[in-house]
Structures are given as structure tokens and as C-alpha cells.
Design a protein around this ligand. Sequence first.
Ligand code: ADP
Ligand code: MG
Ligand code: MG
Length: 371
Amino acid sequence: MNVVVLYGGQSQEHQVSLISAAGVIRELEKMPDVSLSLAGITLEGRWFLQDKTEQLRCARETGALTIIPDPESALALHPGEGIVDTSGTVLPVDCVFPVLHGAYGEDGTIQGLLEMCHLPYVGSGVTGSALGMDKVRAKQIWEQNNLPVVPYITVTDAITVNQAPSGKNPGPDALSQITQTATERIIGTFGFPVFVKPNAAGSSVGITRVEDSAHLGAALKRAFRVDATVLIEQALTVREIETAVLGNSDPRTFPSGEVIPSHQFYDYEAKYTDPAGAALKIPADLDPALAREIEELSRQAFLAVGAAGLARVDCFLHRETRQIYLNEINTLPGFTPISMYPKMVQEGGVTYAELLRELLTLALERDRHRS
Ligand code: ADP
Ligand code: MG
Ligand code: MG
């Protein structure tokens, strides 16, 4: 089986991908029936075929892959044909493994490109990926399916786009107008404190916890820098429970894990830069009925957005009311051997190598059902 691993990518989570991919290729390389090729995608979005021996050495020494943008090894994608090298040769590909996170990786865009090239790939298709990346639309679909979500409102800077000369960020007048309207809506609904989040992002980029109306404007400004749609959620006192879902139309779940941030919330630093930023507890300490309920809810959330292959579904468990809420679904979750998703699957009795094997099988199975 010819497998092409895609890594890097045009997103804020480029670096995380370099680490995730190192874990993936080290394991795929050991499989006797897999012939592995590596395509590194630069931050600018250009694709280059990478030397496997060189990258394996890099993975061994640094724990991460790197991308060498040699023009001789540039790759192009041809709709209806596949991946083509500089000599015009079409690469033999049975399955693509996009080990990419965030924008242009797990938002449906690359999935669309691969569909156009008739290439089977690991993970969710265009719709599932796009919905997973769009927090508001995922919530809308869950609400329609009677699945619980945290109370929220959405705010857009649409009214300001014409006023702001730069186009993107609301000017000071527009921002104060948006902030005032948002404050009224917050007070009229769930009240402060709230979480302000850019709609389509990840890794906690652009997210602020806001205690009172005086700090709302700054938080909105910060979120609007990332996305023109921002959601404001009621801030709840919660435990954060994450569940690995694996499969296509009848997916299975694994015992959930818990993230215990040492910061005020699970922010970017707690995720990536502060080694003591968060503890992971797998499995989470939950009573069995509650554990079953969370796993079933995660399965339903996966099916509702049309995810496929794998996803990590993140829930909140309210500390006082014990109510469960869906927070978000990540269709290409962190995938280093010590990341939450592979660890939860391993705790559930499936090794990292078996997981990779199953993901490839699921990708081919999904492709057969489509064509
Ligand atoms: P991302 O996609 O960037 O991970 P999340 O929606 O998961 O965004 O938010 C990041 C973190 O912020 C969560 O892991 C949690 O710690 C905190 N958080 C987000 N929303 C809420 C909320 N409504 N109540 C309490 N904490 C929240
Ligand atoms: Mg996320
Ligand atoms: Mg999250």
C-alpha cells in the first residue's frame, strides 16, 4: 500500500503537525506492506516531496520533522490525476494521511482538494471537517439533534467591514458599538463571566475569559483578529472530559480522559509551552453511568456533523449541576504518541500501530462506499 503522509501546512498549528507527523511516520515505516512517501507543506502552502531517510533521522534526533523546500522536489496536484512531481510523473498513492491541524488541514479545504484528485484519505470528508472547524455551525447542528451545548450568542463584525478602511478589524467606534450591543445581550441572557472565542480556530488562539463588561471590548478585538465571527459563551465551572471516537458510520468510543489545566483555563500556553500547564488523566475518574453517557454523547456528536475515521470530542462536565455539555469536536486532533487521542485509544487496548492501521482501513472503506 502506497501511503503519502502530509505534514506542516498553512496554519497556526504548523509546528504541532511536525511533531504529530514524526510519531506517525516512525510507526508506518515499520509496516512491511506500507510504502511511505512524505509531502511537506510549507507555511506558504507549497508542497515538497521529502527524503524519507533524512526525515526519519530528524524525527529520531529532534522528535519533529522538518520541511526542506527544494524546488527540484516540488509537487503539484492535478484534478482528476493526483500528485505530480517536477518530471510530470504521477505519484502512486493508495491512501493519503493528512497529519495537519487547523486551517487548511482539518477544515475541509484539503479534503476537497484530495477529492478532486480522486485520492482516498484518512479522516473526515469535506462536510465533517468544515463543520468541526466551525464552532457555531457545529453547535447549531447539535442543538437540532437535541444534544446539549453551552449557552452562547454570536457576534459578527459585518456591520463594520464597510467602515473600517483596512476591511478586517472593526474601527474603534464600530467596536464600541458592537461591545455595547453584546453587553446588553449577555446581561439579558446568561450574564458574566463569559468566554469570548473566534469561531474558526483552535489551540485556544484568540480566546479570553471575561469577568465583566469593562473587559469585553478588548476580548472581542482580540477574537476579531482571528475571525470575523465570534462566539460568546457562558463561562461555566467545569471538568474537561475528552473522548476518542474511531470509525465511520458505526464508530466506537474509548474510555474518556480528563484535562486538568493548572492555568485559569486550558489556554495556548497550558497546551504547548508550559510543561506543567495541564495534567492528563486517562481514564477520567467518572462514575460508570456518567462515563457511558459521555461516550454515547460523543458518538452522537461525531455522527451529527458527519465526521469519519477519527475525532476527539471534548465535553464539559458542570461541577455543581453535573450536567454534560458538548464543547467541540476536533477532526484531526493532536497525534503525537503522547497526545490525548492516541493515549486514550491505547488505554482502551489498541496500540498506536494498530490505530494507524485501522485509520488506513477506514479511509479505504469510506472511499469504496463513495465510488
Ligand atoms: P479551542 O478550539 O481553541 O481548543 P475551546 O472552545 O476548546 O477552543 O476553548 C479552549 C479552552 O477554554 C477550553 O479547553 C476550556 O479550558 C476553556 N473554555 C472554553 N469555553 C468555556 C466555557 N464556556 N466555560 C468554561 N471554560 C471554557
Ligand atoms: Mg478545537
Ligand atoms: Mg478545545
